[in-house]
Design a protein around this ligand. Structure first.
Ligand SMILES: Nc1ncnc2c1ncn2[C@@H]1O[C@H](COP(=O)(O)OP(=O)(O)O)[C@@H](O)[C@H]1O
Ligand SMILES: [Mg+2]
Length: 157
């Protein structure tokens, strides 16, 4: 199995004093593996996921994902990396309230330059899979609260 994620000696400090949020973490995750990160509140789960998802950078150590050393990417290339490789369902959704369900789903595909017809077909597929097929023209306020966290995450086009 090839590695999709490899962290080597990764530390993250938010403050200069006190213990680091992550202390010399090394871990590998193979392609196709399903992994749950578990631990008490404050143990560094979100910090770890933020680093793997290219949302933050480590204080030291290397984070490699899909063959890219994320620490070496510029902000712009990191944004492209996130768009093409990372899907995140945030606890607080981070959806655009004024867009319809369909437009929220379509947005990352539009940014990635996916042809509109392909993007629309894929959006329909994803929304049907999640039981949102009958809500395409409503804004997310028209959906049950739980639906917000079940929307297709970005980057899976
Ligand atoms: N943006 C931040 N600024 C300062 N400290 C932070 C920040 N984010 C997280 N921390 C601290 O880092 C540690 C790990 O937090 P976090 O990764 O959010 O843990 P978990 O997700 O496991 O609850 C905690 O001590 C938390 O207070
Ligand atoms: Mg957390």
């Amino acid at each position: 199995m090839t590695e999709l994620v490899r962290l080597t000696g990764v530390s993250k400090r938010y403050e200069t004093t006190g213990p680091p949020a992550l202390d010399e973490v090394s871990v590998e995750v193979g392609t196709g593996a399903a992994v749950a990160v578990m631990g008490p509140s404050g143990s560094g789960k979100s910090t770890l996921l933020n680093l793997v998802g290219g949302l933050d950078r480590p204080t030291s150590g290397t984070v490699e994902v899909a063959g890219e050393d994320l620490g070496r990417l510029s902000e712009k290339r990191l944004a492209v990396f996130r768009r093409t490789h990372v899907g995140i369902v945030f606890q607080f959704f981070h959806l655009l309230d004024d867009l319809t369900v369909r437009d929220n789903v379509l947005l990352p595909a539009q940014l990635a330059g996916v042809p509109p017809r392909t993007a629309r077909a894929r959006a329909t597929e994803l929304m049907d899979a999640l039981g949102l097929g009958r809500r395409p023209t409503r804004t997310r306020h028209g959906c049950p609260v739980g639906s917000g966290s079940g929307w297709p995450s970005h980057g899976r086009w």
